[in-house]
Write a protein that binds this ligand. Sequence first.
Ligand SMILES: *Cc1c(COP(=O)(O)O)cnc(C)c1O
Length: 460
Amino acid sequence: MSNTIPYKIYLSEEEIPENYYNVRADMPIKPAPLLNPGTLQPLTAEEMEPIFCKELVQQELNNTDRLIHIPKAIRDFYKMYRPSPLVRAYCLEDRLGTPAHIYYKFEGNNTSGSHKLNSAIAQAYYAKQQGLKGVTTETGAGQWGTALSMACSYFGLDLKVFMVKVSYEQKIYRREVMRTYGASVTPSPSDTTEIGRKILEEFPGTNGSLGCAISEAVEVATKTEGYRYVLGSVLNQVLLHQSIIGQEVKTALDKYGVKPDLIIGCCGGGSNFGGLIAPFMGEKLRGEADYDFLGVEPASCPSFTRGKYVYDFCDTGEVTPLAKMYTLGNGFIPSPNHAGGLRYHGMSSILSELYDEGFMRVRTAEQSEVFEAAEEFARCEGILPAPESSHAIRAAIDEAVKCRETGQAKNIVFGLTGTGYFDMTAYQKFNDGEMTDEIPTDEDIAKGLATVPQFPGNEI
Ligand SMILES: *Cc1c(COP(=O)(O)O)cnc(C)c1O
């Protein structure tokens, strides 16, 4: 059977999922709710609606409906670039001399170059449906901002992006892609917001940070008539939208009677990995099948493996609700030498709960071994992978090599979340032999964790 598997398993348009799959419905213990930092009580829909779109608030709070219908307009948009291919990595298998069968789900074949468009288009749709004028967001490296710019231009929504100042100045191509799609892009911190002016006064000449950009975006959303704030990862709603990745993988593998043994994905805020594993995790939670799930995070920002499972702010400015998650502390800042992405201090509450209960495992990877894997993959599979995605490639290669040693013909699936064409500065560093691995010391970790808010039941 296996020798009939094509290099690329394409599905038809009709096979694009009709529903998002909500893994929370199958979790016996639900992820912890967001808390109001003032009252420490679970955030109500009414409290969330001034910040987030109404329908997205409902999705955020929905722990019970297993399937949530994908509106026709979103599904029609998906048809432009979905179903995305599931590729059997024959060339990589040959190169590694492994008996394992390796598959990757490639999400880089759309204009944003990553899986982020899957959620951006849904969030823009619900904002438009609500009759909003526009949305605000932050972006660091720019993948999320790019995806959202495209989505907003498609539905005729205004978009204000706060881009971390150092990225705004260095990642000019990403910035110009966003502006081409019609977004207004402001370097953060800026003098256009109260919090931005305050930060500029306190830290003149600062390069900015994601935490600061979030604070500015939230301020503008809540103070501008007809605007809401949207986020590209971490939240339950984003994992929900990304479940189309896993559903497509499952449909494609079922067609050929292939059952994956091991499913691997990189973890920043957890949205691509959460979406990739969702339908398989559902089967595991319902006791119908067993799978080995492996998340990969950078050794320089090890939220799962060295963080604590507690309530923390989602941003450094401490203006957001509190989320219970594996966190390094909202004040944790990964080393500036870290070029491999996945720099977020926290993690999806859904994945955090699943990890805490032992339903998935996590490993770290250092950035030079990540770029080595990226190079090996690029040279035989032909795709120049994003540094983020290359964390998953590293783990897939390592697991396939283990199979070579044990003679096991495992079916390994990993998420190839995007392409790396805007990350050539990082590749240049690697090619020049100037890439270093900075692993936080126990002291660095303790310093970050000290910024977690302390209240009864939330001690570090
Ligand atoms: C944003 C991004 C990630 C990490 O985000 P998650 O929410 O953890 O999926 C991974 N890969 C690419 C290409 C990205 O743009």
